[in-house]
Design a protein around this ligand. Structure first.
Ligand code: SF4
Length: 279
């Protein structure tokens, strides 16, 4: 059972975690002088949860600012989704040494420092590392209180879904749930009707028990996965599926906003060709 004390705010949560070295990823981060990557964006809208920071994110200290981040951010802009908060299942980069075909560790010269640096390959964080970071992720969800969550990649889906999952292909087709420990609260109270319920497809989204909050999740592919399918035009190729899932998430968000907050939906379209153009 995780401790549901997340502090009073996102800022306090950040202060509690930014020097964390609970797992090997944080120990490596400190050893190489990398940056801790916390979430950023708007509260009470759509939350995006990826798997973990890559090289660019570790260098800059912000989530999804590398190549795949640009694909994601362009897709959000194309869909005119602005109330978005972006974070990851872990806050520190997971990577390993890359070896040549002769089995030698690869190195390159850093253009800023002129020093020889190892060539690294990003890896999925392990289940144990994700578990160590889970309380921070729950804390971000608790404070952001999103209306829906989009998870990118299997690692992120597994980090949050309350049920057992097998593959991202079979997971992504349905809306799932995350159960986040936390006190019942009313952050989404509307000023006009004083309602705190959130509606999705006619159902109320409520805490499932006194100390558990329930969130809708839409799992889809990680944008990094799409790069190798740039020329794939087969039915159900991952680029088409990603565009379809992002559109579905936008439509569900619009429905929640219309039914719970009487906000009229914006026009939202995204084409597969647009995503291909960003790869
Ligand atoms: S990945 Fe999470 S748990 Fe591991 S050191 Fe970084 S902040 Fe701490």
């Amino acid at each position: 059972m995780i401790d549901a004390d997340y502090g009073e705010s996102l800022e306090e949560l950040y202060t509690r975690w930014y020097q964390c070295t609970k797992c090997e990823l944080g120990q490596r981060r400190v050893a190489v002088g990398g940056k801790f990557v916390f979430g950023e964006g708007a509260r009470h809208g759509i939350m995006i949860v990826g798997e973990g920071p890559g090289a660019k994110e570790e260098e800059i200290g912000r989530p999804f600012v590398g190549e795949s981040g640009m694909v994601l951010r362009s897709a959000l802009a194309e869909l005119r989704l602005e109330d978005v908060y972006i974070t990851n299942a872990v806050c520190c980069r997971s990577c390993v040494q890359r070896y040549s075909s002769e089995g030698q560790p690869m190195h390159k010269i850093d253009k800023h420092t002129g020093l020889e640096m190892p060539v690294l390959k990003d890896e999925l964080p392990t289940a144990a590392q994700i578990a160590m970071c889970y309380q921070r992720l729950c804390g971000e969800i608790y404070h952001v209180d999103p209306k829906i969550i989009i998870t990118l990649g299997m690692g992120a889906a597994k980090a949050l879904c309350s049920e057992r999952l097998s593959t991202i292909k079979s997971t992504r087709a349905e809306i799932r749930e995350a159960h986040i420990p936390g006190k019942i609260f009313m952050p989404s109270r509307t000023t006009s009707r004083q309602l705190w319920e959130r509606k999705v497809k006619g159902e109320f989204v409520r805490p499932t028990e006194p100390f558990m909050l329930r969130y809708r999740i839409i799992p889809t592919y990680h944008p990094a996965y799409l790069f190798k399918f740039e020329k794939d035009r087969s039915p159900e190729n991952p680029i088409d599926v990603f565009a379809k899932d992002m559109r579905m998430a936008a439509m569900i968000y619009d429905r929640v906003m219309l039914e719970g907050w009487q906000v009229m939906p914006s026009e939202r379209e995204i084409s597969t060709d647009f995503i291909r153009g960003e790869l």
